[in-house]
Design a protein around this ligand. Structure first.
Ligand SMILES: [Zn+2]
Ligand SMILES: [Zn+2]
Ligand SMILES: [Zn+2]
Length: 209
């Protein structure tokens, strides 16, 4: 427990590995309703990052800053409510019992003859990691170094047809720094709330600073 639980968050682990199980950020175009995954300042068949913001490739709508921050905040809140829903699942893979927490019965699985132990389906650590992933999407430095977890792999149907050059990514990150920081501020607000719930915060804060 404690420090052991926090091991996978160590800063030595690359984001691709650290965030492999996190959910993607899905945005919807307010004009044409097209839904797409936002993966930072990267090539996408669905959106482009222009010098002055995020643009839908289907209808060319330019997102206002509020149109991204609102959706980001709504997505964060849906993850937080999932966490607060407090679903527990049995660790015995042959059992698959999922239930709300019933503290009276402790951690023992209530399925007959099952020796499994119930644990949170959506743990503190997962929620924290999810928020760190959203934070990385709007981190200019990580974008410039192209360290963001890729949304698609070559061969995927949705794999971007055109790639961005290293120099255009760097320029776009600077041109959109204000917008990036605005979104980052939203994530940071929830990150600090979530972080406060930890007792053993040493490891986490070390690499956040
Ligand atoms: Zn659109
Ligand atoms: Zn979400
Ligand atoms: Zn069980």
């Amino acid at each position: 427990n404690g420090i052991d639980d926090l091991q996978p968050l160590e800063s030595t682990i690359p984001d691709v590995e650290r965030f492999k199980d996190t959910a993607n950020l899905e945005l919807a175009c307010p004009s044409c309703r097209q839904k797409f995954l936002f993966g930072g300042i990267v090539a996408s068949n669905y959106y482009s990052i222009c010098y002055n913001g995020l643009q839908c490739k289907k209808c060319n709508h330019m997102f206002t800053p509020l149109q991204t921050t609102c959706q980001l905040e709504r997505c964060i809140r849906s993850h937080i409510s999932l966490y607060y829903a407090g679903w527990l699942h049995c660790d015995d893979p042959t059992c698959g019992n999922v239930t709300r927490q019933i503290s009276v019965f402790g951690k023992r699985c209530l399925v007959e003859n099952c020796t499994g132990v119930m644990g949170y389906r959506y743990s503190d650590k997962q929620l924290y990691n999810q928020l760190l992933y959203f934070d990385s999407l709007f981190n200019c430095e990580k974008n410039k170094k192209q360290e963001i977890k890729p949304l698609y792999h070559s061969g995927d149907e949705q794999y971007p047809k055109e790639q961005l050059t290293d120099s255009s990514i760097k320029a776009l990150a600077e041109q959109n720094r204000e917008l990036m920081n605005l979104n980052r501020g939203i994530v940071q607000k929830y990150l600090s709330d979530c972080g406060r719930r930890y007792v053993d915060m040493g490891n986490i804060f070390e690499f956040m600073i």
